[in-house]
Design a binder for this molecule. Structure first.
Ligand code: F6P
Length: 351
């Protein structure tokens, strides 16, 4: 039964999605809105991340706006990498807009950057914010998984398997560069799940000579070999382009093309024809997988529940099979990267 006013007096919740989009965001929005409707709370969408709050730019989030979005990739709210702390009087403007829009709580859906802003706003201004973790990179601390990762990695596995088909026909070594920024989770899971012969991660200094030797052995056996390279992996580069950073100070990795460099080194050192493919933003689109749909729906729903309880400064995390509140600070303090035990495990599959 729909109640007219919520238990704690929350009447209007704002929602935003910031940073790179990913599949599952619309499910999270739907989860949050449906819970709000059940409690008689109104929702309003802020468009394009923190930019929407800075500029008081909104869109309606009623039942009819969210009921048919479970299978839609991207975010109906739009997104941006706007950082209020890089704008003149940005945080003050956020507080003013919040008041002007008559909001009682804000649900911020994002990764390290978006939730980093939420953490500061909460800690410095007691801003009533709840975080929802999203990122295809799966690099947020305090949660076992973020939605977006499963779908994006599934796309990358499909790409890897297609490359193996053509590689086998032409007796080539194939290199696939995947996203993931400074964490290697996407490359690690793509490589292990597609049976790759080598995986290059940002977390490990790759022994290029050893890799080439290994690829020659695999190629002799299978008439092809596959290498998955994380976009954040590093190799000595002859012609480094000038690095650009976004508003959160992260290197914009599009200018680097590490996969291409890796392919050149492999071809030179093995004498085997090598081709490279970069999956890029294709990874981030399309309908979410079952896992991402359910995770998105659950964490969105829980975020509204936390707002009703007045549990601000928290993020919804997945721990095992439970969705639980964790402090935003715990989630944004440190990036979750691939650790030694995973790297050791990974090397057992290079034969
Ligand atoms: O953080 C998600 C992500 O997809 C990274 O894996 C990638 O490096 C980055 O976003 C790309 O950002 P943009 O969409 O701004 O090019």
């Amino acid at each position: 039964m729909v109640r007219v006013v919520s238990v704690m007096g929350i009447k209007r919740i704002g929602m935003l999605t910031g940073g790179g989009d990913c599949p599952g965001l619309n499910c999270a929005i739907r989860g949050a809105v449906y819970k709000a409707i059940s409690e008689g709370i109104e929702c309003v969408g802020l468009t394009e991340g923190w930019k929407g709050l800075l500029e008081c730019s909104t869109m309606p989030l009623k039942l009819e706006d969210v009921e048919c979005i479970m299978n839609k990739g991207g975010t109906i709210l739009g997104t941006s990498r706007t950082n209020p702390y890089k704008k003149e009087k940005g945080p003050e403007k956020c507080l003013e807009s919040f008041k002007e829009l008559k909001l009682d709580a804000l649900i911020a859906m994002g990764g390290e950057d978006t939730l980093g802003v939420a953490t500061r706003l909460y800690e410095e201004n007691n801003f009533p914010v709840i975080g929802v973790p999203k990122t295809m990179d799966n690099d947020l601390s305090a949660t076992d998984y973020t939605f977006g990762f499963d779908t994006s990695t599934t796309h990358a596995i499909d790409a890897a398997e297609s490359l193996l088909d053509t590689g086998r026909s032409h007796r080539r070594i194939m290199v696939l560069e995947v996203m993931g920024r400074h964490a290697g989770w996407v490359a690690l899971y793509t490589g292990l799940a597609s049976g790759a012969d080598w995986i290059m991660l940002p977390e490990e200094n790759c022994d290029m000579q050893k890799m080439c030797e290994q690829l020659k052995i695999a190629h002799a056996r299978k008439k092809t070999a596959l290498v998955i390279v994380s976009e954040g992996a590093t190799i000595p580069c002859d012609n480094p382009e000038k690095e650009q950073c976004d508003e959160f100070g992260h290197k914009i990795l599009k200018s680097k093309c590490v996969g291409e460099e890796v392919a050149k080194i492999i071809e030179k050192n093995t004498g085997i024809e090598t081709r490279v493919a970069v999956i890029g933003h294709i990874q981030r689109g399309g309908p979410p997988t079952l896992f991402d749909r359910m995770l998105g729906l659950r964490v969105g729903h829980k975020a509204t529940e936390l707002a009703i309880e007045g549990k601000f400064g928290y993020m919804v995390a997945l721990r095992g099979t439970d969705v639980i509140p964790v402090k935003l600070r715990e989630a944004t303090g440190k990036l979750r990267t691939v650790d030694e035990s995973w790297i050791k495990f990974m090397h057992d599959f290079f034969k």
